[in-house]
Ligand binder design. Structure first.
Ligand code: ASP
Length: 299
């Protein structure tokens, strides 16, 4: 039996003191939900999906319920899951009526010949796969409406200036068979242009998994992350033999140098070694491996 490992994150940003405990608690719960599966012989894919569903359902994070609103005051969600054994991924982007986009991403992974579906087509696929759509207002919370009014009155963002964004979520895992998986889910950046898709749901940018290299989930400013294909870059460093923590630090250094971006990464390699690092003030994250009886939860 291989070493088990699960890492989850709740986004790389400046977490205010008032949100710190809720972020920690959210990560702890997500880790527990994923670990309950992994510990009983469940697959890395199932563990990542279930951990991310827990994070999407928690309004403290910018994924699923409580996501940032776009410029038109609507929630548009992006998510991906990737299987390191087959390199198949399932992704959805710009969906508006889906409570758990990572679950639809899983259905795309399992049942579709395609890797990514967007907008109405993704919602149509979800319905055909048996998922009931929600009302758009069900994903909106008061905190985000307040933020939206504030940002809207500030006017358009100067090109290259980052809109605040908080709490994208992700998970990476290694199961008893030695299979790796990764997933990422987000509401994207606050007041983003309608139809904007960031890095999170793009294979190789916000997420990558390859049994021969490692599994990676990224968070940070999507327009910078996409430029350096961050998750695949980190995975290539793992394939070259770097330890996960070192690979993450090197990949984030490239993000800073080449794209002037900040962010965070969680990783696991085929030996079940984990890494988590960030160049933002905080990144809510939690991890556990079968080497230890306890989870580690950090900001
Ligand atoms: N990467 C996400 C996006 O650009 C945001 C984040 O991770 O904070 O959509």
């Amino acid at each position: 039996m291989k070493k088990l490992a699960l890492v989850v994150h709740g986004g790389a940003w400046a977490i205010p003191e008032t949100a710190a405990e809720a972020c920690r608690e959210g990560c702890r719960r997500a880790l527990e939900r994923g670990w309950a599966l992994l510990g009983q012989g469940g697959s890395a894919l199932d563990a990542c999906e279930q951990a991310i569903i827990e994070l999407e359902n928690d309004p403290i994070f910018d994924a699923g319920l409580g996501s940032h609103l776009n410029r038109d005051g609507r929630v548009q969600l992006d998510a991906i899951l990737m299987d390191g054994r087959t390199l198949k991924a399932g992704a959805v982007a710009a969906v508006e009526r889906v409570r758990n986009p990572v679950h639809v991403a899983r259905l795309v992974l399992d049942r579709s010949e395609h890797i990514m579906l967007v907008g109405e087509g993704a919602e149509q696929f979800a319905v055909e796969a048996g998922v009931s759509l929600c009302n758009v207002s069900e994903l909106v919370i008061a905190r985000e409406v307040e933020l939206w009014y504030k940002l809207k009155n500030e006017g358009p963002t100067a090109p290259g200036r980052r809109r605040p964004s908080a709490g994208t979520v992700g998970a990476v895992a290694c199961d008893a068979q030695g299979n790796l998986a990764a997933g990422t889910s987000t509401g994207g950046t606050a007041c983003k242009y309608p139809g904007r898709v960031g890095d999170s749901s793009l294979i190789g940018c916000g997420c990558y998994a390859d049994n021969r290299a490692g599994a990676v989930s990224a968070t940070g400013y999507g327009e910078a992350i996409m430029k350096v294909v961050l998750a695949k870059s980190a995975s290539d460093l793992l394939a070259a033999g770097l330890a996960p923590q070192v690979a993450a630090e090197r990949a984030l250094a490239v993000l800073r140098e080449r794209a002037q971006g900040t962010g965070g990464l969680i990783l696991v390699d085929p030996q079940g070694r984990v890494g988590a690092t960030f160049t933002t003030p905080h990144m809510a994250h939690a991890f556990r491996t079968s080497d230890s009886a306890e989870a580690v939860v950090r900001l």
